[in-house]
Design a protein around this ligand. Structure first.
Ligand code: FEO
Ligand code: CA
Ligand code: CA
Ligand code: CA
Length: 718
């Protein structure tokens, strides 16, 4: 067994951060140790929590001894564990609100930490909100590439200088997309139907918007009970829609990933629509490319070319077919990037879109690190990528494909995590097996391997190699008989009980009679794992891998929460799902029996766990299905997963108008909770604003990361 001591990994030689500029001297700070030693070692943490939980259960005679116990025993002594298994959630729930502000429970404070346009480097000015027209110029675009990006989503905290540091770290934040209506709507010609003219007139806006996408890495520090951003940190970095990246793994270099600009098929510019993500035990960030298709346009042009007789016709037909299951817009894309950057014109560059839709691994401790698109994890609309280490050290990465009737996936590495060999760990996501989930009605499930050569993933069914299976993942999963789900978002392991929780955000088409959707035949009927039709408010599944091994090929599952308003007089509040016929408004909260003590919620998106194993749920969706007197904004909620309050959802935070709440991330000590407020003011325009958060006074809204702390310095949730 390779996993013994998680504390002793040292920074490999040559992993020092590079200087960004002469103004930022990085030789001054004390030498850092990279990776788990610095990065909080979630692996050891997860094991110890699991072990504690199991020990408690075993003591109660509830579970038999597991090989995991023996395997993990050396880790028990390393960690402090909670004194009891009760939830510890003491906060008084906030009431859902439509107010244009952040609301947290009494005894808590929310501080804006980083907002769109904040310069990440001392030599760069902040974005001037009074002059957003600068984003129509090449200079403004260049500056945006060094400022905090737009629409922050996933956050991950990487401790600096001390293992488990909760005082100082690197905060990596995804910037999922840009909301042009909240940036350019003051400008004549912006509105449809003349958007194309506007883009052609101001091509630099495309560069600015690409620069507002991607990832920010920013050093943050807690001082005098407040969190601060360190602008002159050598670690600060912007990764944008133009940053050079490497394609790695089985599909790297494949013909389908080659372009005229990159005949190697191994180098791609940028990452787009980075929604959720994950952290690895070796201290890297996984950032996920979700709705990348929307940046491409003119599929129709490719189809026309493919219909003409030419020496390239077979190839063009193949490209057009491959776009079928994850199709870019047939005509002009919503943003019109393809008008000024032919990389995004599918007719001119039919394979460029195949270079997006991947999970990207980034080392936040090395600003010079070239991000890696890990093709072994498949290509689809990745929402998140959460990592668990199995008993033999192999790592599993869970990922959802966020589209109606798409699938839940798991990648399992071939080789084992080695806490003493970070260079080795950085290769783990290039070799392994990708699986897709099939949920059976009896509460069991199977992980189906997406492996070329195993019928039906063979030449008879249109696949010529493993690379093609990975590039056309959805089609391969169709053939295997995976279960179409209600928009899988975050899928995350509970560090205490080891179970896997999957947020299914909603699916208004569930229960309808469908024929085709997204290039394949589909039956839209309800099933055990997607039991409501239409599913306007979403649900959360709880999955248990067999033998608690994340590399297992089978699992069991149950519905944990059917979201909604438990006090809706027009619906049933279920306390058991056995033999229940579930109506579209009916709710279920893990068996909790007091509807009045539960906060209504809809559209679960991002998930996180605190130290005690409570599930934190961020929402992104319309709440009219809740049948409340007044609509409420999206929020953040917490629920115990065990004990007598299992499933009792309580609202912890209400976001400003028009926002989604995302990216909840605790510091290791749980005393700070980072949260992204994405697209405040969505639904309005600059001329008709819905929100002016966080600046107030009529300023344009700014997507921002906030940090929530308890005023007495205690743990968030207590
Ligand atoms: Fe970008 Fe699936 O939310
Ligand atoms: Ca999301
Ligand atoms: Ca998460
Ligand atoms: Ca979402």
């Amino acid at each position: 067994m390779k996993i013994r001591n998680n504390r002793c990994e040292k920074k490999a030689s040559g992993e020092k951060a590079n200087k960004h500029s002469s103004q930022r001297d990085i030789s001054a700070p004390a030498p850092i140790e990279i990776g788990p030693t610095v990065g909080g070692d979630p692996f050891a943490y997860i094991l110890a929590r699991r072990l504690k939980r199991r020990t408690l259960l075993k003591g109660a005679g509830l579970v038999a001894a597991s090989p995991v116990l023996a395997w993990a025993s050396s880790l028990l002594a390393l960690e402090q564990v909670p004194a009891d298994s009760e939830s510890g959630l003491q906060f008084k729930a906030v009431t859902g609100s439509g107010a244009d502000r952040v609301i947290v429970p009494k005894g808590y404070q929310a501080q804006v930490l980083l907002s769109w346009g904040k310069a990440l480097f001392p030599e760069v000015p902040d974005l001037d909100l009074q002059h957003l027209e600068t984003l129509l110029t090449p200079h403004g675009a260049a500056l945006q590439g060094k400022q905090f990006g737009y629409n922050c989503d996933f956050n991950s905290f990487f401790p600096l200088f001390q293992r488990h540091s909760s005082q100082r770290g690197l905060l990596a934040t995804n910037h999922e997309f840009t909301s042009e209506a909240l940036i350019f709507s003051d400008w004549p010609g912006y509105d449809d139907p003349k958007r194309a003219d506007f883009v052609r007139k101001f091509p630099a806006m495309v560069a600015a918007m690409k620069a507002a996408h991607g990832v920010s890495i920013a050093e943050v520090i807690k001082r005098n009970s407040q969190w601060h951003f360190t602008q002159d940190s050598p670690f600060n970095r912007r990764i944008t829609g133009e940053t050079p990246m490497e394609l790695t793994g089985p599909a790297a270099g494949h013909d389908l990933l080659q372009t005229a600009a990159d005949p190697s098929g191994k180098t791609v510019l940028g990452t787009l629509n980075n929604c959720a993500g994950g952290k690895t035990p070796w201290g890297t960030l996984l950032t996920c490319e979700e709705n990348f298709d929307q940046y491409f346009g003119n599929l129709e042009g490719l189809e026309s070319l493919a219909a003409e007789e030419s020496p390239n016709q077979a190839k063009l037909k193949k490209y057009a077919t491959l776009h079928g299951r994850l199709s870019p817009p047939r005509e002009l894309s919503p943003r019109g990037w393809e008008l000024v950057d032919k990389r995004f014109d599918v007719a001119e560059n039919p394979t460029e879109a195949f270079r997006f839709g991947w999970v990207v691994e980034i080392d936040p401790y090395r600003p010079e690190f070239t991000p890696k698109k890990r093709t072994a994890l498949g290509r689809f609309k990745h929402e998140g990528a959460n990592v668990v280490v199995g008993p033999e050290g192999r790592v599993a990465v869970y990922s959802g494909d966020d589209t109606k009737f798409e699938y839940i996936y798991k990648f399992v590495s071939t080789e084992a995590y080695d806490p003493k060999d970070r260079a080795h760990n950085l290769t783990l996501l290039d070799k392994g097996t990708l699986y897709v989930a099939r949920f059976k009605e009896n509460g069991s499930g199977e992980w189906l391997p997406l492996v070329f050569g195993h019928e039906p993933l063979d030449k008879d069914h249109g696949f010529a190699s493993q690379a093609e299976v990975l590039i056309n993942t959805r089609r391969a999963a169709d053939l295997l008989g995976a279960t179409p789900m209600d928009r899988p978002e975050d899928i995350e392991a509970n560090p205490v009980n080891g179970k896997i929780y999957a947020a299914l955000t909603n699916n208004t088409l569930r229960g309808l009679e469908l024929e085709t959707l997204n290039g394949r035949q589909i039956v839209g009927s309800v099933d055990g794992a997607n039991p409501r039709g239409p599913n306007k408010m979403g649900h959360i599944l709880e999955m248990t891998e067999d033998s608690d091994d994340p590399a297992a090929l089978t699992f069991s599952w149950e519905v944990f929460i059917l979201c909604g308003n438990p006090s809706d007089p027009a619906a049933k509040f279920l306390t058991s799902l056995t033999d229940s016929v579930v109506g579209p408004q009916d709710t279920y909260f893990g068996g909790y029996t007091s509807a009045a003590r539960i906060s209504p919620l809809a559209s679960p998106d991002n998930l996180a766990f605190d130290q005690i194993g409570n599930l934190w749920i961020a929402t992104d969706g319309k709440t009219h299905g809740l049948n409340l007197t007044e609509p409420i904004n999206n929020g953040l909620y917490a629920a115990p997963t065990a004990g007598k309050e299992r499933g009792r959802v309580r609202q912890f935070l209400s976001g400003p108008k028009g926002c989604e709440v995302c990216g909840p991330e605790f510091t290791p000590d749980n005393q700070a909770l980072f949260v992204s407020i994405q697209h405040p003011g969505e639904g309005g325009t600059l001329r008709q604003p819905l929100s002016d958060w966080p600046g107030g006074h009529g300023r344009p809204p700014q997507p921002s990361v906030i940090v929530v702390t308890k005023t007495d310095g205690g743990k968030v949730g207590d």
